[in-house]
Design a protein around this ligand. Structure first.
Ligand SMILES: [Zn+2]
Length: 350
């Protein structure tokens, strides 16, 4: 497709997700300006940059569809960005919208070959000679995010990346955020306040580096980066978007200078967890010993057998230990479940 054709199509039907899904592998670079002066640049399929005439100090990446079957965040972002394209929402910040994995979105699957959210911070190139569409995409997404942050004007900036997901299973707490490991830096009060405004007052604080998009943003871009789980994954058209209203309103306000429904940080308003241990699948014999409908953050009695692998049983080791992200279908060698426990951030937040 030629850039001119792309722009004609977008101006005729300002729906960037539609255009992305019609061309899931490639879109050429193209740029134009909206009537309100906002500059629009298409960097690739699923990658669109907006720079309003007047903008503040935040540089905001809104990412969705890193897992192709997690449709609610894709719909939420698509709605926001189409409002910007149609001139109905005037941005007050530079914003980069990303749809992570367009071929997987089209196929209605989490991934085509590789879990895209395990390939960042260089993990896309760790095994030499191994190639996949997701590895290529991870490499490109890293470069787009770096370009976006690096091309910000000089001065004090606030880089942010929110990678929006929905989980495979339900959750005791419908919305929750994963706060990547900060290598000992304090957690951010204002970010906790924003997460709560999104409806995500449950936060999992990570203690180790990861191969996720949000860790990449935090570690390599010095950004506030988060993975935000907005609910349960459902196919397109089957999402009850009213359940995402708080998050949609919060992101809309964030990028357009609207009023955010935040309240001053108070730890009592949050469910905070940290990872106690990560359970990896080491053989094909890996099995979970609880039902598929058991929700994230469920706790079990001490000693309950939760999973087994070829020669090992995983039991509840301490009171209050809860499961999260159990997935026996991951590839061998990958994380099949995290065990988390409640934690306080007193003295470690500013
Ligand atoms: Zn996901």
């Amino acid at each position: 497709m030629k850039p001119e054709t792309l722009l004609q199509q977008l101006q005729h039907d300002p729906d960037f997700l539609k255009l992305t899904l019609a061309h899931p592998d490639f879109l050429p670079y193209a740029s134009y300006a909206l009537h309100n002066g906002t500059e629009v640049q298409i960097w690739d399929t699923g990658v669109i940059y907006f720079q309003p005439e007047q903008f503040g100090t935040q540089d905001i990446v809104l990412s969705s569809g890193v897992h192709g079957n997690e449709t609610a965040p894709v719909e939420l972002c698509s709605e926001l960005l189409n409002k910007v394209l149609a001139g109905k929402l005037l941005l007050t910040e530079r914003v980069l919208f990303l749809f992570g994995n367009p071929p997987a979105i089209n196929a209605g699957v989490r991934e085509i070959q590789d879990n895209l959210n395990r390939l960042f911070s260089g993990h896309h190139s760790k095994e030499s000679g191994v190639q996949s569409a997701e590895r290529e995409r991870a490499k490109k997404l890293e470069s787009y995010v770096l370009k976006f942050f690096n091309e910000a004007p000089q001065g004090l900036r606030e880089p942010k990346l929110y990678d929006l997901h929905t989980a495979i299973r339900g959750s005791r707490f419908e919305k929750f955020a994963v706060y990547p490991f900060l290598h000992g830096k304090n957690w951010s009060k204002s970010q906790f306040e924003f997460l709560k405004a999104c409806g995500a007052n449950t936060v999992l604080l990570m203690q180790t580096p990861a191969s996720t998009f949000s860790y990449f943003a935090a570690q390599s871009c010095n950004a506030h980066g988060f993975t935000i789980e907005l609910g349960k994954a459902r196919p397109f058209g089957q999402n009850d978007m009213s359940r995402f209203a708080d998050a949609a309103a919060a992101f809309s306000a964030l990028i357009s200078g609207g009023e955010l429904a935040t309240t001053e940080f108070n730890e009592a308003d949050f469910n905070l967890y940290e990872v106690r241990r990560s359970i990896d699948k080491t053989t094909e014999a890996f099995t979970l010993h609880f039902a598929d409908n058991i929700e994230n953050f469920t706790t079990f009695e001490l000693g309950t057998v939760l999973a087994s692998d070829a020669s090992v049983e995983y039991k509840v080791e301490v009171e209050g230990e809860a499961i999260i992200f159990p997935n026996p279908k991951v590839a061998i060698g990958q994380r099949a479940m995290l065990m988390v426990k409640p934690v306080s951030v007193a003295g470690k937040v500013s």
